[in-house]
Design a protein around this ligand. Structure first.
Ligand SMILES: [Zn+2]
Length: 309
């Protein structure tokens, strides 16, 4: 009995709600129409909105502002790769460019960076030494990873013995030796120790075999002849740096230095130091090119370099 009555009431209520809704919609429509008409921009609102637009346009321009000096072509930063920057402290992180670790006089290593010998580089060296042996060339990597502390001891000993100016000619300062990366090896020939750490090694069949084949194993001759102004160090026929086969082959193909390959000097003016073209060679060394230094600080290196005037 109660149910139909309730249903009737619901129908009636529904009708009222329906009508109210229609009215509300109609009213809302009217308000929207009214608003649209009234909001038609007057001259004043046009000015306001164009100012707003102007502000919106100006904002991104302001964010571009820092790039402006590029348009004005800033003077090139002069870089002398062979000189240490005395004002700079050692960094807290090593520098990687395109995934390749760089260590030179512009990009030194942190004193805390102590990776030890890179196992991949060591394996590549072993493979290369074995390959050379098959061609009757007995190579040996006689100097590899050097810790910051070890390089400090070496360098300080040289400074105590010869003075800093002299020590800087043949030994890298701590933090500046590529041997601290664990990716560099000094390579020589077994039984020809007298040629270790000399330019003359580069003239031997073993030295030439290395230059030709090292890239196949991921190594590059790190300090080639005549590139001191880029690498910062004199020609080192014995010093090879592991960068991986892909990069090594590209670098060798283009006959460029690691610095050029990484674009380290892009937008910078490289100062080319005055270096004697063909310094007189005694014991096969070219230490007369005193504007540049070697990276070596081994006892052998010191002995070798000090055999020269
Ligand atoms: Zn070396």
């Amino acid at each position: 009995m109660l149910v139909p009555n309730n249903q009737h009431k619901k129908k009636k209520t529904g009708l009222i709600i329906g009508t109210t809704s229609l009215l509300a919609i109609a009213l809302a429509g009217g308000v929207v129409y009214y608003t649209a008409v009234v909001d038609e921009p007057t001259e004043e609102t046009i000015t306001q909105s164009s100012q707003q637009q102007k502000q919106q346009i100006e904002e991104p321009v302001q964010s571009i502002t820092p790039i402006e000096p590029v348009v004005e072509a800033p003077p090139l930063e002069k870089v002398d790769a062979t000189k240490y920057d005395e004002t700079k402290e050692l960094p807290t992180e090593p520098t990687y460019i395109n995934g390749i670790l760089i260590a030179n006089k512009q990009y030194p290593l942190p004193s805390t960076y102590a990776p030890d010998t890179d196992p991949t580089a060591q394996a590549a060296l072993d493979t290369m030494v074995a390959a050379a042996a098959k061609e009757n060339i007995q190579l040996v990597g006689f100097s590899g990873y050097r810790s910051y502390d070890y390089q400090t001891t070496l360098y300080n000993n040289y400074v105590a013995r010869d003075g800093q100016e002299e020590a800087d000619r043949y030994s890298a300062r701590p933090g500046y030796s590529e041997h601290q990366t664990g990716l560099a090896f000094d390579i020589g020939e077994v039984g020809k120790e007298d040629l270790w750490l000399t330019a003359a090694f580069g003239e031997t069949p073993a030295g030439q075999w290395l230059v030709q084949h090292a890239p196949t194993y991921g190594f590059i001759l790190r300090y080639p002849k005549g590139k001191e102004h880029l690498t910062g160090f004199m020609y080192e026929s014995w010093h090879f740096r592991y960068v991986g086969v892909e990069h090594a082959l590209k670098i060798a193909e283009q006959n460029i230095t690691l610095e050029e390959y990484l674009g380290v000097y892009e937008g910078k003016e490289v100062i080319v130091p005055q270096v004697a073209e063909e310094a007189p060679q005694e014991n096969g060394s070219t230490v007369e090119q005193s504007e540049v230094t070697t990276t070596e600080g081994t006892q052998v290196g010191a002995k070798s370099e000090h055999n020269n005037p």
